[in-house]
Design a protein around this ligand. Structure first.
Ligand code: GLC
Length: 442
């Protein structure tokens, strides 16, 4: 059984690393790591920036060691990373000339983007920058649905003096800095538009507010090979890839029926920014399932960690990356360079494919036999990927175990010729998600 799709919309060759590499590290880091309640806290609490200032005055991540983050990402099989140069609170992790609300004015003083980009490149990872289109701190950014002051009684007067034209200039000047002063940047993650949402007469924001076309043109003129995501609201024309968030698609996302490049962003716990009391950490098994599921649908995974206020990855984040590292050491070739397969996987399994190699990822371990309709006669050899031990294929005419011993007299369906039957070891191999590598015949 197979479900073929029309030809995919592909990236130009200089950007194809993205759909080959498949797996990246998202880093949400900023002042919000000090209150440890996630990066949306100031909006959720409708708090003001006077109360937030204390985090600015105490930002001093003395244990910041981007080489350590990069090494862990690399070991986890991640090939690129995206960091929040500026999030919705407007705080800038680089030495921008366009605001005082920046890391080099905190006690820490160091330019984080400079050190981070250098460290990640040195470990062989590509680098991307997240830049928030939303900016609750900027005096010209008009108050809207997500703004901490959305319920201020005098919101109309407050907005009267704000000038989005000036804000657009500010964004462009900052993006210019980021894409001029920090070497080659591979990915630009601009976040986000909400044109259709309004609140108490306050309109949402979208392409016209961001000047999405102008901004994208600027990005591409400064770094011709950079990828730009689709959160500016320019769905079909200028964006290179789509960014579903925290959900696993059931089928490859398409545009006009054709699969598109995409990358899902996911949290390893509940929030993006460091949350001290977060209890909702995903298990290693879940983390691997998420990665496999994305690649099996032809997408990428950008898995997030939120370093803490001392600049460290907390033990649970390290554990999450280590879980990936242990699995990817043995299974990376079922991820890198792989994508959607038109073969339909059996229950609790996913396929990824790279040419003639088809990878069967098993989220649960069945007893002894696994039947895969659609693959009968098509596989030349099968092995477990973790130890390259052969997995026997039931040859046609051969009987399965137990056959004929006590089943006489029952109506039994023969295994159809188009079905591949694998004979599994009785015990699950000692890896989180076992993978069987199937070598397809020419
Ligand atoms: C959303 C959230 C944000 C997070 C991002 C990650 O846009 O606003 O906090 O940075 O998704 O994809």
């Amino acid at each position: 059984m197979s479900s073929s799709l029309p030809a995919a919309i592909t990236l130009p060759p200089e950007k194809q690393w993205f759909t080959r590499d498949r797996f990246g590290l998202f880093v949400h880091w900023g002042l919000y790591s000090l209150h440890g309640q996630g990066e949306w806290n100031i909006s959720r609490k409708e708090a003001d920036f006077d109360g937030y200032r204390k985090y600015f005055d105490h930002f001093d991540p003395d244990l910041f060691d981007p080489r350590d983050w990069a090494r862990r990402a690399r070991a986890a099989g991640m090939r690129y990373s995206v960091i929040t140069a500026k999030h919705h609170d407007g705080f800038c992790l680089w030495d921008t000339q366009h605001t005082d609300w920046k890391v080099t004015n905190t006690p820490f003083k160091r330019d984080i983007i400079r050190e981070w980009t250098e460290a990640f490149r040195a470990e062989g990872l590509r680098v991307g920058l997240y830049y928030s289109l939303i900016d609750w701190k900027h005096p010209d950014f008009t108050i809207d649905i997500f703004h901490p002051q959305r319920n201020a009684p005098d919101v109309a007067e407050l907005n009267a003096g704000r000038d989005m034209d000036r804000y657009r200039d500010y964004m462009k000047a900052q993006v210019r800095e980021l894409l001029t002063d920090y070497g080659r940047i591979d990915d630009m993650f601009l976040d986000f538009g909400y044109a259709k949402q309004s609140y108490r007469g306050l309109p949402g924001k979208g392409p016209a507010d961001w000047d999405s076309e102008g901004l994208t043109a600027l990005v591409k003129s400064l770094q011709p090979d950079i990828l730009v995501n689709n959160r500016l609201g320019l769905l079909d024309r200028l964006a290179d890839y789509y960014t579903p968030e925290r959900f696993v698609p059931e089928s490859p996302p398409t545009r006009d029926g054709r699969p598109v490049p995409w990358c899902a962003a996911f949290t390893s716990s509940e929030t993006w920014g460091y949350t001290r009391d977060d209890q909702v950490w995903k298990s290693t098994h879940q983390l691997i399932q998420i990665l496999v599921s994305m690649v099996s649908m032809g997408g990428n995974l950008l898995m997030n960690v939120g370093p803490n206020g001392r600049g460290e990855l907390e033990p649970r984040a390290k554990e999450a990356l280590q879980g990936y590292a242990d699995w990817m050491r043995l299974h990376s070739r079922a991820i890198h360079g792989c994508g959607y397969s038109s073969f339909k996987p059996p229950a609790d399994c996913r396929f990824t494919q790279n040419g003639r190699r088809l990878y069967l990822h098993m989220f649960s371990w069945p007893f002894l036999h696994l039947h895969i309709p659609g693959l009968g006669g098509k596989v030349e050899y099968a092995q477990l990927l973790n130890d390259a031990s052969e997995i026997r294929i039931l040859r046609s005419g051969e009987h399965i175990a137990g056959d004929g011993e006590g089943l006489q007299g029952l109506d039994r369906k023969p295994i159809p010729d188009d079905t591949l039957t694998l004979i599994l070891p009785p015990r699950k191999p000692p890896v989180e998600v076992p993978v069987i590598e199937l070598f397809l015949k020419e």
